[in-house]
Design a protein around this ligand. Structure first.
Ligand SMILES: Cc1cc2nc3c(=O)[nH]c(=O)nc-3n(C[C@H](O)[C@H](O)[C@H](O)COP(=O)(O)OP(=O)(O)OC[C@H]3O[C@@H](n4cnc5c(N)ncnc54)[C@H](O)[C@@H]3O)c2cc1C
Length: 306
C-alpha cells in the first residue's frame, strides 16, 4: 500500500500529525519502535496541557493513541532503520524487515535518555539503572536509590521515589538545581531525600551483574566517597537519534534536525516534528504544535504534487 503519509515516531508530535492528516482525509501509518505515546508516558503528573488541570502522562498518551486510532490510523510497532527516496515518494525500512511506502514522510523521532558514559553502564540498564520512576520505582520499595541529575525531570522523579523508597540521594554536578523552584522546595521538605551538590558519579559498583553502589567525586573538594544504593535513576538530559536520516535533513551541532518552525526540510515531501527538531522549548504543546504544522505542510505538498 502507498500511504499518503508515513509518520515515524508515535509520541505527541507524531500522533498529533496523524490526527491532523486523518481529519484532512489522508491515509496514515504511524511506525513506533518502543511504545505509542512517547516520552510523556513516563511522566507521573502533567499539569501544563491546556484545558487539563492534571493528568498522568500514561493516561494522556493513551488518549492520544485512542484519538488517532478512532480516526483510522494504522499503527505499527516496529523500529525504523532508514528511508529511501523513490519515484512515488519514500520507502521506510524497519529492523523487523517491513517496508512502508509513503508519498510523504514525517519524522517525529523525539529524543532518548543521555547516559553518564561510564564503564558497564549499558549492561546495568534493568539491573539497577533506570530512567523512569513511574515504571520502575516500585521495584525499589523500602530500598535506597540515587537520582542523578538536578533538572525538572530529576526532581519530579526524586519526589515520586521518596514516596516508596526508604532513602533517595540526589547527585547533582552543579552547585544548585536547574529545575523549578517549586520542585526544589518540595525536595527540601522531604526527610528521606539527601542532596549532594557539585558531585559527579565516577564509576558504578556491581556484584553479580547488578548495581550495588556509586563512586562519587565532589568536584569542589576532590573528595571521593562511596554510596551504597540498590538502584540509580538517571535524569541527565536527552539526546536525539537522527543520524540515520542525516542524508535527507541537515543536523545541527547537537544532532537535532536543523529545521525551523515550518517543519520543512530540504528534501521535498519530507517533514520533521517535535523534540527531534532544533528548538528552544521541548514540551508536549510544542511537539503537538509541530505535529499540526508538519501534517498541514504534508497535506499541502500532496495537493500540489498529485
Ligand atoms: C519524565 C518526563 C516528564 C515530562 N514532563 C512533561 C510535562 O509535564 N509537560 C510537558 O509538556 N512535557 C513533559 N515532558 C516532555 C515531553 O514528554 C516531550 O516534549 C514530548 O513527549 C515530545 O514529543 P515528541 O513526539 O516530539 O517526542 P517523543 O515523545 O520522544 O516521541 C518520539 C517517539 O518516536 C519513537 N522513535 C524514535 N526513533 C524511532 C525509530 N527509528 N523508529 C520508530 N520510532 C522511533 C520513540 O520511541 C518515541 O516514542 C516530559 C518528559 C519526560 C521524559
Amino acid at each position: 500500500m502507498l500511504y499518503d503519509i508515513v509518520i515515524v515516531g508515535g509520541g505527541p508530535a507524531g500522533l498529533t500529525a496523524a490526527v491532523y492528516a486523518l481529519r484532512a482525509g489522508r491515509s496514515v501509518v504511524v511506525v513506533e519502535k518502543n511504545g505509542f505515546g512517547g516520552q510523556i508516558a513516563f511522566s507521573p503528573k502533567v499539569e501544563n496541557i491546556p484545558g487539563t488541570i492534571q493528568i498522568s502522562g500514561a493516561e494522556f498518551a493513551d488518549k492520544l493513541v485512542e484519538q488517532a486510532m478512532n480516526l483510522g490510523a494504522d499503527m505499527e510497532l516496529e523500529a525504523v532503520t532508514h528511508i529511501e527516496k523513490t519515484e512515488s515518494g519514500f520507502t521506510v525500512f524497519t529492523e523487523e524487515g517491513s517496508e512502508f511506502c509513503g508519498k510523504t514522510v514525517i519524522l517525529a523521532l523525539g529524543v532518548k535518555h543521555r547516559m553518564l558514559g561510564l564503564e558497564g553502564e549499558y549492561e546495568l540498564i534493568g539491573n539497577g539503572i533506570s530512567f523512569c520512576a513511574v515504571c520502575d520505582g516500585a521495584f525499589y520499595t523500602d530500598q535506597e536509590v540515587a537520582m542523578v541529575g538536578g533538572g525538572n525531570s530529576a526532581l519530579q522523579e526524586a519526589l515520586l521515589l521518596s514516596e516508596v523508597c526508604s532513602k533517595v540521594t540526589i547527585v547533582q554536578n552543579l552547585a544548585d538545581f536547574t529545575g523549578e523552584k517549586k520542585l526544589a522546595e518540595a525536595i527540601a521538605e522531604k526527610d528521606n531525600v539527601e542532596v549532594f551538590f557539585n558531585t559527579v558519579v565516577t564509576s558504578y559498583q556491581t556484584a553479580d551483574g547488578a548495581l550495588t553502589g556509586l563512586t562519587l567525586k565532589n568536584e569542589q573538594t576532590g573528595e571521593i566517597s562511596e554510596l551504597k544504593v540498590d538502584g540509580a535513576f538517571l535524569a541527565v538530559g536527552l539526546m536525539p537519534e537522527n543520524d540515520a536520516f542525516a542524508q535527507f535533513v541537515p543536523l545541527n551541532n547537537w544532532g537535532y534536525f536543523d529545521c525551523g518552525e515550518d517543519c520543512l526540510t530540504p528534501t521535498p515531501g519530507l517533514f520533521v516534528a517535535g523534540d527531534c527538531r532544533s528548538k528552544r522549548i521541548r514540551q508536549v504543546v510544542t511537539a503537538s504544535a509541530d505535529g499540526a504544522v508538519a501534517a498541514t505542510a504534508a497535506c499541502m505538498y500532496l495537493d500540489q504534487n498529485k
